[in-house]
Design a protein around this ligand. Structure first.
Ligand code: NIG
Ligand code: FE
Length: 422
């Protein structure tokens, strides 16, 4: 069964050269946009071109369209690949947010026993059903805003049992949702209260000797992540965890240089992580290391906005030629949104990216950050037909008219998702 969508005012394909990412200003300016475009697809993209070109091929019998849809006045583009989220969690931190609005900082709240550890308590107490129910609601909201693939992390359990519980919930999301879910083990998110100051190494050993072997054996995660920052994990601890993960066949990604410049990004590049995320305090030297290693630099401007911190130097990262991706970081403490349109809006206004750069960063480069750019992130022939339709004749409207949802349809694997039937 093939479908043709034609007379699309703006068809954004990102297909030219079929690169697995786009880096540097010149290449990121190329969205391979087709006016009055048409796309023919089944589960994967079969052909894209102008409506006249594709219709001519259908007329000659070279291509076959079983169903035809008109898309005048619309924009069709790849769905967003959100490469960093924490949508599985228990408890409620809205009071803590209120406190922050009255002047407390994210750090102060964490030092008082709030922050990540408050969510750890709520997550440990929650049943799998409760965790799944909320995560599904958050994921559906993301889908309705255009997300067609999403990485999801554990990291609010911090015991073997509760980390596994979170990963099992992520597996359930994978089975129940019509989008691609990429599971990440983040046992090294914070130190659990049971392993306070003098005992931190004991918890690192628990991750290495107990948690990671189970995660690998049961294939519960594709990636292992760690929060390497001032007051959290050191590079030495992360090295121990990442070496173990790699020996078990689990790839790595990292929370790096979010609160201070600790050169976690350089370490990640050296150890072969696929992506380093946050980067508010990334050094010039580490940008260069990321570029050399071909490691993705993932910026999540929603976090800087939400905790009132300086934005990551995305402009500099792009200008220096490193690969920049955008993700939501959706979590209950430092960035409670899963709306990628909002993330892109923050990126263009506050990080001085162009609209074209923001689109590349939220699609093909997001796919690169989860190791799926051979299949997701652009509409080149043979890639998965994961796309969104915007209710406007140009992608620029998504940036110009901000704060509203421009996505009217979401399609994955060539099938339309019934977004309102969540
Ligand atoms: O990605 N940086 C560490 N972890 C999360 C925050 C989690 C929380 O506050 O619950 C983040 O920003
Ligand atoms: Fe995070």
């Amino acid at each position: 069964m093939t479908t043709l969508i034609k007379h699309i005012d703006s068809l954004v394909t990102l297909k030219n050269g079929n690169p697995d990412h786009r880096a540097a200003p010149a290449l990121m300016a190329d969205l391979s946009e087709i006016h009055d475009g048409a796309i023919l697809f089944a589960e994967n993209v079969i052909a894209t071109g102008t409506t006249a070109e594709i219709e001519a091929k259908i007329a000659s019998g070279e291509l076959v369209a079983d169903a035809v849809i008109e898309a005048k006045g619309k924009t069709l583009m790849p769905g967003f690949v959100d490469s960093h989220t924490h949508i599985v969690f228990g408890g409620d931190r809205s009071q803590e947010f209120g406190k922050r609005l009255r002047g407390a900082t994210y750090k102060e709240i964490a030092q008082e026993g709030g922050g990540i550890l408050r969510t750890v308590k709520g997550t440990r107490e929650a049943s799998k059903e409760q965790l799944l129910e909320r995560a599904k609601r958050l994921a559906w909201e993301a889908i309705s805003h255009g997300t067609t693939a999403m990485e999801v992390k554990s990291g609010y359990g911090l015991t073997t049992e509760s980390e596994i519980k979170m990963l099992e919930v992520i597996q359930m999301l994978k089975e129940e949702l019509p989008i691609e879910i990429i599971p990440t083990f983040l046992g090294a998110h914070d130190f659990p209260p049971e392993y306070s100051n003098g005992q931190k190494e004991g918890y690192v050993d628990l991750i290495c000797n107990e948690m990671l072997p189970i995660v690998a054996e049961r294939q519960l995660a594709e990636y292992c992540d760690a929060f390497v920052d001032e007051g959290y994990y050191t590079i030495a601890q992360a090295r121990k965890i990442f070496e173990k993960a790699k020996s078990l066949g689990i790839k790595t990604r990292i929370h790096a240089d979010e609160m201070a410049s600790v050169h976690a990004t350089g370490f990640a590049a050296e150890i072969g992580s696929i992506s380093a995320d946050h980067l508010l305090f990334i050094s010039d030297e580490d940008i260069e290391k990321a570029r050399e290693a071909g490691m993705v630099c993932t910026s999540m401007p929603g976090t800087a906005y939400f905790i009132r911190m300086p934005y990551a130097p995305a402009r500099k990262i792009i200008d220096k030629g490193a690969i920049l991706a955008l993700a939501s970081d959706c979590n209950p403490g430092s960035c409670y949104t899963q709306n990628m349109q909002l993330v892109m809006s923050l990126a263009v206004i506050n990080m001085k990216m162009t609209a074209e750069e923001a689109i590349c960063a939220a699609t093909i480069n997001g796919a690169k950050a989860v190791g799926r750019s051979n299949r997701l992130g652009s509409l080149a022939n043979g890639k998965q037909a994961d796309f969104i339709i915007l209710d406007s004749p140009s992608y620029i409207d998504m940036f110009y008219h901000f704060g509203v949802n421009h996505v009217s349809e979401v399609w994955t694997k060539g099938r339309r998702i019934k977004v309102n039937e969540k």
